[in-house]
Design a protein around this ligand. Structure first.
Ligand code: 2HG
Ligand code: ZN
Length: 488
């Protein structure tokens, strides 16, 4: 908990850019060192590297570098460091917090061209991958070897490992298996001055020196640029089963969550690998997309268990039984792989489905202690009514991590959305929760950081940032409000 909190500023700062002459110099240095084929310039050409999947306004970089190997990354950073130019590393652009929006211009450093799976070691249960590997491709490759890489943000067919590492991506399976950080053994990185560095290890255990690997994971591209990731793997579970529990309303669904995790009855908590919730607005959105959800349902849980066949059978009984006892209308089990896939497809598409509901949406990813989930849902309802803002809630209930979405059509509604948003964040902190569980602070939540963290803690992190990146060129404007690139 913070010891001193200042009020968060709702205004997004104006970020200064390089002068046109400096931008020209930057482009010519980059082109000379890397060649024409790796450097893109011109407004139309760089637009694809300006934004992400959040509501943050895209900002055009002055140049895009298409890195093919770690040398390209090192060259780019050495030049940028010499010229004092901002560099925003960029994966697939699927982020939700503006984390790869180059708010100060400069270089957008695209790492998706480094996309080799360099090694899968079955005996050591690890793999080494470049940062541009698409997560779904990694899943397929390791599963073909009987291994398993659990992190699974819903954008897995698009997102890349470098982005996952930068944001410490989570997803539905995090309830049982944890997030990306739990699987990163080591990283090859390039620091802001263009030096290659290897952090971490290949071994299962290791406590040599500070745990810089953990610090770099989730640092949102502000400390170094990843060029390879050494990842821990598990054995692939023998069997998986998926359940759908339908409830009359969100409060009853939350009772289901509490029953399953052992919150109410005092019984031993169960740990299904996924425990996802959707409220009534989400269920209605699914129906309007053609998913035939029972008309009586005003909320639902998606539950998934894994293990050996006997364990899965027992877990289905136990989890399904508790879900039913909490007041479910019905608990259905996916009958085959095709049904499972359809259910998850509906869930994976959900972020895009909700985009269609209004002209604008903000999707938050607040986390509260699980025992406060019901209170969070009540708070969301109260905020929705008080500010007359359309909201919906879904997400990773097992982790207490809910995607509270704000939807609006009329730009004139923005001030009340901002008020509602700040109220949500204040309530989450008061419930001893945290602002972001998986999407990162980025630029979108930077103005609110001080709601959760003390000024002393923020200052300490800024000193760490300055140690890694003394000139403040790496991903300026992210995480910390109004700090970053020297000229910002
Ligand atoms: C998910 O869980 C993602 O589907 C995206 O974290 C959440 O965009 C969202 O609302
Ligand atoms: Zn999520």
């Amino acid at each position: 908990m913070s010891t001193s909190r200042s009020s968060a500023s709702l205004r997004r700062p104006a970020y200064p850019r390089m002068s046109p002459a400096d931008a020209d110099r930057l482009r010519s240095h980059l082109t000379r060192a890397l060649g024409d084929s790796k450097v893109i310039a011109g407004e139309d050409a760089v637009f694809a590297y300006a934004g992400d999947e959040s509501e943050q306004e895209p900002v055009l970089p002055d140049a895009v570098v298409l890195a093919r190997d770690p040398r390209d990354v090192a060259t780019t950073l050495a030049i940028a460091s010499e010229l004092g130019a901002p560099v925003t590393p960029r994966g697939a652009g699927t982020g939700k917090s503006g984390g790869c929006v180059p708010v100060c211009g400069g270089v957008a450093l695209a790492i998706v061209g480094m996309s080799a799976i360099k090694e899968i070691d079955r005996k050591e249960q690890l793999c080494v991958v470049e940062p541009g590997v698409v997560l779904a491709d990694l899943h397929a490759a390791v599963e073909a070897e009987g291994l398993f890489y659990p992190p699974d943000p819903n954008s897995l067919k698009l997102c890349v490992l470098g982005g996952n590492v930068a944001e410490n991506a989570g997803g539905p399976r995090a309830f049982k298996y944890g997030t990306t950080r739990d699987y990163v053994l080591g990283l090859d990185v390039v620091t802001a001055d263009g030096k290659a560095l290897v952090v971490g290890r290949r071994t299962k255990k290791g406590v040599t020196g500070y745990d810089l690997t953990s610090l770099l994971v989730g640092s949102e591209g502000t400390l170094a640029v990843t060029t390879a990731c050494t990842l821990r793997l598990l054995h692939k579970p023998e069997s998986v089963a998926t359940l759908l529990a339908l409830y009359p309303d969100i409060d009853t669904a939350m009772r289901g969550v509490a029953e399953i995790v052992g919150g109410t009855s005092g019984a031993r908590g169960l740990v299904p690998r996924c425990l996802e919730v959707m409220d009534g607005t989400c269920v209605a959105a699914l129906r309007s997309e053609g998913f035939g959800v029972d008309e009586r349902a005003g909320a639902l849980l998606i539950l998934e268990v894994d293990g050996d066949v006997a364990t899965v059978e027992r877990a289905m009984e136990e989890v399904g039984g508790r879900a039913a006892d909490a007041g479910a209308i019905e608990v259905l089990a996916a009958q085959d792989e095709a049904q499972r896939a359809r259910l998850w497809e509906a869930r994976r598409q959900f972020s895009l489905v909700t985009r269609k509901l209004a002209r604008a949406k903000i999707s938050e990813d607040v986390v509260v202690p699980r025992t406060e989930l019901t209170r969070l849902v009540m708070t969301v309802r109260a905020i929705e009514e008080r500010h007359r803002v359309r909201m919906l809630t879904y997400g990773h209930a097992g982790d207490g991590n809910l995607h509270v979405n704000f939807l609006w059509d009329d730009p004139a509604d923005e001030p009340k959305v901002e008020l509602a948003l700040e109220e949500l964040f204040r309530a989450v902190v008061a419930l001893r929760g945290t602002l972001t569980g998986e999407h990162g602070v980025g630029t979108s939540k930077a103005p609110y950081l001080a709601l959760e963290q003390s000024s002393e803690l923020i200052e300490l992190q800024l000193r760490i940032k300055a140690t890694f990146d003394p000139k403040g060129i790496l991903n300026p404007g992210q995480i910390f409000p109004r700090r970053g690139h020297g000229s910002c």
